[in-house]
Ligand binder design. Structure first.
Ligand code: SAM
Length: 291
């Protein structure tokens, strides 16, 4: 889908994200207070795979939301810039930086305008976290943006929900993994009117969001076409939220009245299903040095 065609969808999405930022700031799920106390680290996979590369490096976080993950990278020694198109998210990120004393720069812009908004600045690292790529109508244009924002030799790191997970029917009884939704990218977005966000909080007014299925093949191909060299693509059996009601918490954690875990780090499928489907993927790609 061209960006002109997508403009009304992105406008609706931006309004929704602006609406949910204060809800997320106040949520137990994001646990802002915990972050201020120095808790709420990044996911174990991210820490293991990108952690060793960040100290002293410049890092651009695309679609940074209200900056918690961005500032977590700063706590590990990166010089961070977060970019998001929702004004409320950027304001909240600046507040989080100020309240926590963790330095970070936050820029309000559409991902597709990042090279212009950042005046051509190039970074050692570009990072994109969970729940980002599905909001983008044009994945090839996104890959071009990533390349434009990396210095020669710089790296993209991506940690995302696996598209295979999104094909599964969450309303089945727990013994059945059933494919219900398409895996392959569709030209038209999926329009949803949710009564809640993905964390705890008050009911939402009926505001539509529009997102796109992003297959692994098109993401990897777009990055290669944009000139990046893929260093690894890992698929994972654990994930940082309970995407299906019967997933097991890895470790222990507090449960709510409904029996579901309220917080904690990672979930996985029960042993009998664990080898059947990947839940997350992570990818590292490098912009080669120019000749
Ligand atoms: C689920 S959040 C991802 C953030 C992070 N992983 C987290 O959990 O805090 C998705 C973010 O993408 C942003 N976003 C969506 N479409 C965008 C676009 N075209 N340009 C810039 N930001 C965008 C939204 O405003 C939102 O803050």
């Amino acid at each position: 889908m061209t960006q002109d065609d997508a403009a009304p969808y992105l406008e609706a999405n931006r309004a929704w994200w602006d609406h949910v930022v204060p809800i997320h700031e106040a949520s137990r799920g994001y646990d802002r207070e915990g972050f201020l106390r120095g808790e709420k680290p990044l996911c174990p996979v991210e820490l293991e795979e990108l952690g060793p590369h960040v100290e002293g490096r410049s890092l651009l976080h695309l679609q940074c939301h209200f900056g918690m993950d961005t500032l977590n990278w700063a706590r590990l020694g990166a010089r961070v810039t977060g970019l998001d198109f929702a004004p409320q998210a950027i304001e909240a990120a600046r507040r989080l930086s100020e309240d926590s004393g963790v330095p970070g720069r936050f820029v309000e812009a559409n991902v597709y305008d990042a090279p212009t908004a950042l005046e051509g600045e190039r970074f050692d690292l570009v990072y994109t976290g969970i729940g980002a790529l599905n909001w983008l109508p044009d994945i090839r244009a996104w890959a071009q943006v990533v390349t434009a924002c990396l210095r020669d030799g710089g790296r993209l790191y991506l940690y995302e929900a696996h598209p295979a997970l999104y094909t599964l029917d969450e309303e089945q009884p727990e013994t059945r993994l059933v494919v219900r939704y398409p895996y392959f990218p569709q030209p038209e977005p999926l329009t949803t009117v949710s009564t809640a966000t993905y964390v705890d909080g008050p009911a939402l007014p009926p505001m539509p969001t529009h997102d796109w299925i992003r297959g692994l093949g098109e993401i990897v191909t777009a990055l290669i076409e944009a000139g990046l060299v893929i260093e690894f693509l890992h698929e994972h059996r654990e994930m940082p939220w309970q995407a299906l009601p019967w997933m097991e918490f890895v470790g222990d954690g507090p449960r709510g009245a409904d029996g579901r875990y309220q917080s904690g780090r990672m979930w996985r499928l029960p042993a009998a299903q664990r080898e059947l489907v990947p839940l997350m993927y992570s990818l590292m790609a490098r912009r080669p040095a120019s000749d």
